[in-house]
Write a protein that binds this ligand. Structure first.
Ligand code: CUA
Length: 163
């Protein structure tokens, strides 16, 4: 029994350190009824923003049945912080093949940090059943080299050329 516990604790510690896997812990509330009208999640504030320290903050809405924006271009080898919330029901936010995986609960802002080691494409399916068109709710992320990203204007970071 003790051996089993020790093995399980080791797995938890090793995955959290090696793969940066951890349960979501950001308890930050927001009014889901007014988030379209004012504040951080108004439409022209969504997408990727470059911070003074060079890191990137991505603001997203998950709603029935789409992510806004539904396509993002992000830089490789740069700290990226996702901030995402929902105006309607619970959705899921997952980047297949990365450590990004959280629920998006209306009334709360989910926050996940990651860093993309290499360029590539990520699919972003909603993984919480959210209604009849749940299966149609997905988006993608294109990770490009850092210097290519820095040449894009904010509106261009929301458009994937290949999709
Ligand atoms: Cu949104 Cu399933």
């Amino acid at each position: 029994m003790c051996l089993l516990l020790a093995v399980m604790m080791t797995v938890v510690v090793v995955t959290s350190l090696a793969h940066a896997l951890h349960p979501p812990s950001n308890v930050e509330t927001i009014d889901p009824l007014s988030l379209h009208l004012a504040g951080e999640f108004v439409e022209n504030n969504l997408g990727a923003a470059v911070e003074a320290d060079g890191s990137v903050t991505v603001r997203l809405l998950a709603q029935q049945y789409s992510f806004v924006p539904d396509c993002l271009i992000l830089p490789a080898d740069t700290p990226v912080k996702f901030r995402i919330t929902s105006p309607d029901v619970i959705h899921g936010f997952l980047l297949v093949g990365s450590n990004v995986n959280t629920m998006v609960v209306p009334g709360f802002v989910a926050e996940v940090r990651t860093r993309f080691a290499a360029v590539g494409d990520f699919t972003m399916p909603c993984h919480e059943f959210c209604g009849l068109a749940h299966h149609d709710m997905w988006a993608h992320i294109e990770v490009v080299p850092k210097d290519q990203f820095s040449q894009l204007r904010p509106t261009q970071r929301r458009r994937c050329a290949t999709h």
